[in-house]
Structures are given as structure tokens and as C-alpha cells.
Design a protein. Structure first.
Length: 152
């Protein structure tokens, strides 16, 4: 069952690019923008990450922390972070277990081909660990995502 508005987010979120376990309780007292994206170093995902990077100070000033999640490996995340100078954690959800918990690992279609993939989605989690907002796949504006979150 996918996580919905009003649900408590799971305590264990996963392992980041450096092998550190990321927990919800690590961000106590902060709002969390947990964003799921399909793949490191692709045009849409890079635009989204760079928007969040460029708006990171404003997001932090508004009480947010940002965490990205994709199926890419920790090594891929390390390269993406270095190349784009990203100031936030990226979780390597290589088995898609967190994506499945949040309901963003789903069947997709492209060029007549059906495959399993990540639905670009951002979950806003409040200071108490409860999901207060979901920006769905058809709503995410990759080039202006930081402002989208700030204007919720």
C-alpha cells in the first residue's frame, strides 16, 4: 500500500552515497523533501537536482532538508553529486524497496515498451514524520522544483 498524505513515513529510509544509514529521526525538527527520481545524470533528473541545489539555502531557511532517492548505486550517486555539486544526501535504493513502500515503483511505458521504473514524485514530510504533501509525477516541474516546494 502506497504512503499517502497523513501517513507516518518509515523510520529507516535507506543508505546514502557514502554507505551511511539515513533515518527519519536524523531530521527531527525539520521538514523533509524526499524526492524520488528515475536516474542520475539524465536531463530531467539533473534539472530537478540542480533546482534543489540552487534553492537549497532557501529550502533550509524555510526549515527543509532535501533527500533524493533513485535506484542508482552509491557509486553512481557519488559521481552525480560531484559532477553537479549537490549539497544533500542521495539514497541508493538499488532494490527499489523504499520506492515500493512509497508507491513510486511502477509500470511505465515509453516508445511502446513497458517496464518497471520510478515515478518522479516528491513527498513533503513534516517535523513529526507525517506526510503532509505529495507532488506527483505529472506535477513536478524539474527546472523549478525548489520554488514548487517553497510555495506549498
Amino acid at each position: 500500500m502506497a504512503i499517502q498524505i497523513g501517513d507516518k513515513a518509515p523510520e529507516i529510509l535507506g543508505t546514502d552515497q557514502g554507505g551511511k544509514e539515513i533515518k527519519l529521526s536524523d531530521f527531527k525538527g525539520k521538514k523533509l523533501a524526499l524526492y524520488f527520481y528515475p536516474k542520475d545524470n539524465t536531463s530531467g533528473c539533473t534539472a530537478e537536482a540542480c533546482s534543489l541545489r540552487d534553492g537549497y539555502k532557501e529550502l533550509q531557511d524555510a526549515g527543509y532538508e532535501v533527500i533524493g532517492v533513485s535506484k542508482d548505486s552509491a557509486k553512481s550517486h557519488q559521481g552525480f553529486i560531484a559532477k553537479q555539486n549537490l549539497p544533500f544526501h542521495l539514497i541508493a535504493d538499488t532494490d527499489a524497496s523504499l520506492q515500493e513502500q512509497f508507491g513510486v515503483w511502477a509500470e511505465k511505458k515509453m516508445y511502446g515498451r513497458t517496464y518497471m521504473g520510478t515515478l518522479r514524485t516528491t513527498f513533503i514530510i513534516n517535523e513529526n514524520g507525517v506526510v503532509t504533501n505529495i507532488i506527483g509525477p505529472k506535477e513536478v516541474k524539474t527546472k523549478d522544483h525548489a520554488n514548487q516546494i517553497l510555495n506549498l
